[in-house]
Design a protein around this ligand. Structure first.
Ligand SMILES: *[C@@H]1O[C@H](CO)[C@@H](O)[C@H](O)[C@H]1NC(C)=O
Ligand SMILES: *[C@@H]1O[C@H](CO)[C@@H](O)[C@H](O)[C@H]1NC(C)=O
Length: 271
């Protein structure tokens, strides 16, 4: 305080040290009171305006976790330019009025299942731009119909993303923000293209082909087994039959079975 006051006043204060003490005391008290009125959880700045409700600003605070003590009547939260790496399940519970959520310019790579659960009915805008999101987890957005900014993330477009697309409730235009940085299969022209707009792209084709080939191989395997068994069976039985025949041939011929000319011969001998 002393440094900012002009020397005459400082001198006067020094001469009236009791007054100065009181003044300092009130300044400290005022500072404390001021602090309590405007800052809420973890150094965030809270403000309230008539009709627009409560706004919590936690921008640029090097936060690594989402504050858990946010006022329950918050309508807007700015958590941009922090160091958040994930949004855990139910991270924003107990905020029934929250309508705007800014999580842009963080290090977000994971959005857990049900990350925005309970915000479904109230949230209208969700900013996830400029993060590290690679895979789209539709379960993270369950029940959410908000407009979302998903741009400027290193999206990896593959079959699982294609399968997830029809199950996303977010405002459809939001999905144009998913611009593929990499893709699987790699050389199908998906890179640099908003996934939603690349309509003739089918990233599941390769997988279907692989499944078909696997089916074919399996069927061929079965077929080969059946044929081998048949061949073995036939061969084995032929050998058995041959051995049986040879055995029969090796037996001495029985006299009790005369040939067709013999009886007459016998008769002739008798006569
Ligand atoms: C916030 O919590 C207080 C105290 O628990 C409660 O009276 C109030 O209704 C809550 N506000 C909202 C918007 O839920
Ligand atoms: C989405 O975020 C990007 C980068 O932060 C910004 O340039 C763009 O205007 C935003 N788009 C919308 C629709 O808010």
């Amino acid at each position: 305080v002393g440094c900012c006051l002009p020397p005459p006043i400082l001198g006067w204060l020094l001469r009236h040290s009791v007054v100065m003490c009181l003044l300092l005391h009130s300044v400290v008290l005022m500072t404390c009171f001021h602090h309590a009125a405007t800052s809420c959880s973890q150094g965030c700045y809270c403000s309230e305006s008539d009709g627009r409700g409560k706004t919590v600003r936690c921008s640029n605070l090097r936060l690594t976790e989402i504050p858990q003590d946010l006022p329950n009547d918050t309508r807007r939260i700015y958590l941009d330019f922090n160091l958040l790496t994930e949004v855990p399940s139910n991270a924003f519970k107990g905020l029934p009025l929250l309508s705007e959520l800014d999580l842009s310019n963080n290090e977000l790579a994971t959005l857990e299942r049900g990350a925005f659960r309970s915000l479904g009915p109230s949230l209208t805008f969700l900013d996830l731009s400029s993060n590290k999101l690679v895979n789209f987890n539709p379960e993270a957005f369950e029940g959410l119909r908000a407009r979302a900014n998903l741009t400027n993330n290193p999206w990896h477009c593959d079959c699982s993303l294609q399968m997830a697309m029809p199950h996303i409730d977010l405002e459809p235009l939001s999905l144009t923000g998913i611009v593929c940085e990499t893709s699987d299969p790699p050389d199908v022209g998906a890179e640099g293209v908003p996934f939603l707009l690349a309509q003739d792209l089918d990233l599941c084709v390769v997988m279907k082909k692989t499944t078909d080939v696997a089916m074919l191989v399996t069927m061929f395997g079965w077929f080969t087994m059946v044929i081998s068994y048949l061949v073995y069976y036939v061969r084995h039985n032929t050998e058995d039959a041959r051995r049986h025949l040879e055995y029969l041939k090796s037996l001495p011929t029985k006299p009790g079975h005369p040939g067709p000319g013999e009886p007459r011969g016998e008769l002739r001998l008798e006569g």
